[in-house]
Design a protein around this ligand. Structure first.
Ligand code: ADP
Length: 191
């Protein structure tokens, strides 16, 4: 199996592109954000606990997302590989993911990082709020907090992956189709 991380700040287009890429390459798309929102929608105890953290734009505890991902990784059969979206978000999550994959004879094969200007990120999230109704997209202060959390807690993963020789920056500006073609081009080289 070939495993990819799709990476980038909030609003960089990870979710949109992941759905298209997973379909094109028969990859299993795993989004911790989607999994957490499904917990909230189902009204579970976990969802209830996580929803206030998420609406403030903070990260939920590492153990919560690691457990969710581990359960999924073991339940999927017959896929070309995984496309991890919004996970890992901390260096600790990255170490856990590597260990989890290594235990199963796999690794992180490539990290694709979408690069998008700050003002464009904010514009995209504000537009998305109207369609998604996501509380964390509505409030400009929460958006700025999510971008700050990304810089502080998530961006250090880039250095971690660079050292392993799996880091691939990708221009995330332009149309959805343009960005899709760029990402697909890099992924094809690994498949
Ligand atoms: P975005 O569109 O901002 O990238 P996601 O849909 O991936 O957002 O995630 C929404 C929220 O869910 C995050 O702001 C965070 O509170 C929580 N979350 C999602 N994935 C993780 C993770 N791997 N670790 C911690 N918190 C997470």
């Amino acid at each position: 199996m070939v495993n990819f991380l799709i990476f980038g700040p909030p609003g960089s287009g990870k979710g949109t592109q992941s759905i298209k890429l997973a379909e094109k390459f028969n990859l299993t798309h795993l989004s911790t954000g989607d999994m957490l929102r499904a917990e909230i929608a189902a009204g579970t105890e976990l969802g209830e606990k996580m929803s206030s953290i998420m609406s403030k734009g903070q990260l939920v505890p590492d153990e919560v997302v690691i457990e969710m991902i581990a359960a999924k990784v073991d339940s999927i059969k017959g896929s070309t590989g995984f496309l991890f979206d919004g996970f890992p978000r901390t260096v600790a999550q990255t170490e856990e993911l590597e260990a989890m994959l290594n235990d199963r004879g796999m690794k992180i094969d490539r990290m694709l990082v979408l690069e998008v200007d700050h003002d464009e990120l904010v514009r995209r999230l504000i537009t998305r709020a109207e369609i998604s109704g996501r509380p964390d997209d509505k409030d400009p202060a929460v958006i700025e907090n999510r971008i700050d959390v990304y810089k502080e807690k998530t961006e250090p993963i880039i250095e971690y992956c660079r050292k392993r020789g799996i880091y691939q920056p990708v221009d995330g500006m332009g149309t959805i189709e343009d960005i899709f073609r760029r990402l697909a081009g890099y992924m094809k080289k690994k498949l």
